[in-house]
Design a protein around this ligand. Structure first.
Ligand SMILES: Nc1nc2c(ncn2[C@@H]2O[C@H](COP(=O)(O)OP(=O)(O)OP(=O)(O)O)[C@@H](O)[C@H]2O)c(=O)[nH]1
Ligand SMILES: [Zn+2]
Length: 303
């Protein structure tokens, strides 16, 4: 027997099979999973790295699922390298509160995040961009682009290259337009595979990884679509997901300060001096209150 194990990444699921791309050759295989995995409750997800054995020219059998480095929920994807948060300062003017909420979720996922400001062609002056850099530039990498005019699309390509990314951002900010600008025809290629795999059966709701011609993958569905704060997030830990607040950990008079109404709060001082932007602090308070209310509601419910 010359069966040799190959390593691949799970690209998408069919009704009973999955499409796996060989890590080295990028060749695609339709893989089956032995029943014993199901019996053990082992279920691979998109992004999983698996070991498989080639059974025919285009088919394979899953032998092993490697441990996940991380796992993103909604959409459920394993082994993501980075989050690309797309936003706009015009058409739509994405509220800063929404940007902050996406950032909290990105921080909670523990993944590196790049902020991409799209539709810069619509701006008549640099003022809104300057304001944006002032708020986020110290703690995040920001790339200003225009899918329409092709501005900095080469730089965006470099960011995606060779990595597994999830895009996030409000509807209409141009996520699909940007993907098509860096890799024309990206979405077309996938529908081809979908029809071949599903053969008219019920379409799955799993997301899928799209492969760039220049190397790398991106999830086809936006991350954090519901914008819901994680179920297990406690009000007092929210500050850990604001880089500009957690950077000053331990500076308040009380070590357990949540920066709301405690005396000797260093964070509130920084807000007053403008070192922490007011919009960021307001977002923090709003989410803090939401988490507190949620907690109260849960306690009440248990009585
Ligand atoms: N002026 C301008 N318009 C753009 C740009 N990028 C995208 N658009 C337009 O913005 C609209 C929304 O773009 P999409 O790419 O569909 O946005 P999306 O983020 O994928 O939206 P959802 O699929 O709803 O999440 C479309 O009409 C695009 O033509 C840009 O750089 N400049
Ligand atoms: Zn404080």
């Amino acid at each position: 027997m010359t069966e040799k194990r190959k390593k691949g990444v799970v690209i998408r699921f069919g009704s009973r099979t999955m499409v796996v791309a060989d890590l080295h050759t990028k060749k695609r295989y339709i893989c089956n999973m032995p029943g014993r995995f199901k019996l053990q409750g082992i279920r691979p997800i998109v992004g999983d790295i698996i070991e498989f054995i080639e059974t025919t020219e285009s088919m394979g059998r899953v032998e092993n699922i490697l441990p996940r480095r991380n796992e993103l929920l909604r959409p459920r994807i394993a082994n993501i390298d980075q989050i690309i948060l797309v936003t706009c300062l015009k058409e739509p003017t994405v509220p800063l509160y929404i940007v902050d909420r996406f950032l909290v979720l990105a921080e909670h996922s523990g993944l590196p995040t790049v902020i991409v400001v799209n539709k810069t062609d619509l701006l008549t002056s640099r003022d809104p961009l300057k304001k944006f850099y002032h708020i986020y530039g110290e703690y995040y990498n920001i790339l200003e682009v225009s899918a329409k005019e092709g501005t900095n699309i080469d730089l965006l390509k470099e960011i995606f290259k060779g990595k597994v990314s999830a895009m996030a951002g409000m509807s209409g900010v141009g996520k699909s337009s940007l993907l098509n600008a860096i890799n024309p025809g990206l979405s077309l290629k996938t529908s081809e595979i979908s029809t071949r795999l599903d053969r008219g059966k019920h379409t799955t709701t799993y997301s899928e990884l799209l492969e760039f011609d220049f190397g790398g993958y991106v999830a086809d569905t936006p991350g954090f679509a519901s914008l819901e704060l994680p179920y297990d997030m406690e009000p007092q830990e929210l500050q850990n997901f604001f880089r500009d607040i957690s950077a000053h950990k331990g500076m308040c008079a009380f070590s357990n300060c949540v920066h709301v109404e405690e005396p000797g709060c260093y964070i509130k001082e920084l807000v007053e001096t403008g070192d922490i932007p007011m919009s960021r602090y307001e977002s923090y308070l709003k989410m803090y209150n939401e988490l507190s209310e949620r907690k109260k509601g849960r306690k009440g419910g248990r009585r």
